[in-house]
Design a protein around this ligand. Structure first.
Ligand code: NAD
Length: 483
């Protein structure tokens, strides 16, 4: 399937597809081959300003005047078009991100439902009457959109993260500017082709491409942008918080993680092994909620590790275009270097890195790293504390429940946690004690568009998805009317 355009991808600003103001383009690669896949026009600061202005005008003239039924109809139409083009978009993600095609197809399956869900939830954008103490006044609330929202995405799940930000922002009545990662912009460009066909008025959705330090920074600091929804690294998130502080903008941050998977001695071990292996392999471990600290009770450590190692030996690392591949490359040379550096750091601090599976054939030209366990890790090692964002897990033993809880919370992050136990009381105690935004018991953490998601501690601020996403995308006005 020929899914990549041969001409440089243009920016979508208002009703125009245009080149960047200075005519500059940048390359985006296929990480499985390290070859250039396509060129993309880079926005200048003036282009960003033009996109914000287009979104602002579209908000004032059209979008803020639409009613829920109109917005719902457009989102449902977009869902249909997405379904029509889903396979094409999945192939683009496979070529640009390096996800095995089976995984790309699977991860995009829910996107039409996400769009339809937020179309259906639009009636929740409403206020209520408040029975205040004074009977003489009518006191009510209005839930109103915020205006122009900047949606900034990372490279690991370009499409699912875009759709899950875009759908509630539009449903709530905002206009948006999408800023995909400069590493993986292509699937967002394919999505951008659908807005006009779906019937969205020009300017309701705009797309700008380029580096975060210039394009992203200009976008988040633009005075007409009232909300920033950012997914990416904690350092970038903190920077965005600082650069938007003086304007007191509404900011939602979905940041990094170092999630624990806790295996008690009464766990269903095969299931726990499947979740641990899945988190190591899926998207080459480049998943914010992936469990990267395996906390295993001493009494089942050898049994659990034996089964996990057998599973990992069978992993097929290779071309993401091959449906038989379990794990593709990392997204970039930078990411590969970062992961390999952390494996060295782990070894120097006393852990024992072991790699599994094999990189097959010609695939070796790309940015591949085999699944790696850091055996004999200690909780305070840098490799067990810092986000690596690759196919690497630290293995740490614990004695009892209280030590397991202590180790689970011994992290600056708090995105997700998984625990396996058959003891219901213990499961509930742990779920309450764990400091993270998501907890999964006897199953893996799988985010979905209809349940709230967001981190504790340095994993973020605010929630996305579900009804919470509508609240995050609106502001509440209280009106008092003395009758
Ligand atoms: P990143 O922080 O480097 O970049 C993310 C996006 O921010 C990119 O589009 C980039 O261009 C932009 N950006 C960079 N500097 C900016 C600035 N000063 N102002 C505005 N925008 C700027 O992250 P990444 O390397 O693309 O992605 C990996 C990170 O994303 C990991 O830390 C991972 O945990 C995190 N992540 C979190 C979640 C979540 O939901 N919590 C989901 C996926 C990924």
């Amino acid at each position: 399937m020929n899914v990549i355009e041969s001409q440089p991808y243009k920016l979508l600003i208002g009703e125009c597809w245009r080149e960047g103001g200075e005519g500059r383009t940048f390359d985006t690669l296929n990480p499985a081959t390290a070859q250039v896949l396509a060129q993309v026009h880079e926005a200048t600061e003036e282009d960003v300003d033009a996109a914000v202005l287009a979104a602002h005008e579209a908000y004032q003239k059209h979008w803020s005047k639409t009613n829920p039924a109109q917005r719902g109809r457009l989102l449902r139409r977009l869902a249909e078009l997405f379904e029509r083009d889903r396979e094409k978009i999945a192939w683009i993600e496979t070529l640009n991100v390096g996800k095995p095609i089976t995984h790309s197809l699977e991860s995009l399956k829910a996107m039409p439902s996400s769009l339809a869900y937020f179309a259906g939830i639009i009636p929740a954008v409403r206020g209520e009457t408040i029975p205040v103490a004074s009977h003489d006044v009518l006191n009510y609330t209005l839930r109103e959109p915020l205006g122009v929202c900047a949606l900034i995405m990372p490279w690991n799940y370009p499409m699912t993260l875009t759709v899950n930000k875009l759908a509630p922002a539009l449903a709530a009545g905002n206009t948006v500017i999408l800023k995909p990662s400069e590493v993986t912009p292509l699937s967002t460009m394919a999505l951008a082709r659908l807005f006009e066909e779906a019937g969205f008025p020009p300017g309701v959705v705009n797309v700008v491409n380029g580096p975060g330090a210039t394009v992203g920074e200009r976008l988040v600091t633009h005075p007409l942008v009232s909300r920033v929804s950012f997914t990416g690294g904690t350092v970038t998130g903190a920077r965005i918080l600082a650069s938007t502080a003086s304007d007191v903008k509404r900011v939602t941050l979905e940041l990094g993680g170092k999630s624990p998977l806790i295996v008690f001695d009464d766990a269903a071990l095969d299931k726990a092994v499947a979740v641990a292996a899945g988190d190591l392999i899926k998207n080459s471990g480049q998943v914010c909620i992936a469990c990267t600290r395996l906390l295993v009770q001493e009494t089942v450590r050898d049994e659990f590790l034996g089964r996990l190692q057998t599973r990992l030996e069978a992993v097929r690392v290779g071309s993401p275009e091959d449906p038989a591949t379990d794990m593709g490359p990392l997204v970039s040379a930078t990411q590969k270097q970062r992961v390999e550096e952390y494996i060295r750091i782990a070894e120097n601090e006393g852990a024992r890195p072991v790699q599994y599976g094999a990189v097959e054939g010609a695939a070796a030209a790309g940015f591949f790293v085999r699944p790696t366990l850091l055996l004999d890790s200690a909780a305070d090692m840098r490799s067990a504390q810092e986000e690596i964002f690759g196919p690497v897990q630290s293995v740490i033993s614990f004695r009892d429940e209280s030590q397991a809880l202590h180790l689970a919370n011994q992290s600056r992050y708090g995105l997700a946690a998984v625990l396996f136990t058959r003891d219901g009381g213990r499961a509930l105690r742990m779920a309450r004690g764990i400091q993270s935004g998501s907890v999964a018991i006897n199953t893996g953490v799988r985010t979905s568009f209809d349940a709230p998601f967001g981190g504790y501690k340095q994993s973020g601020i605010g929630k996305e998805r579900g009804l919470e996403a509508i609240y995050e995308n609106t502001q509440l006005k209280n009106v008092k009317y003395d009758m």
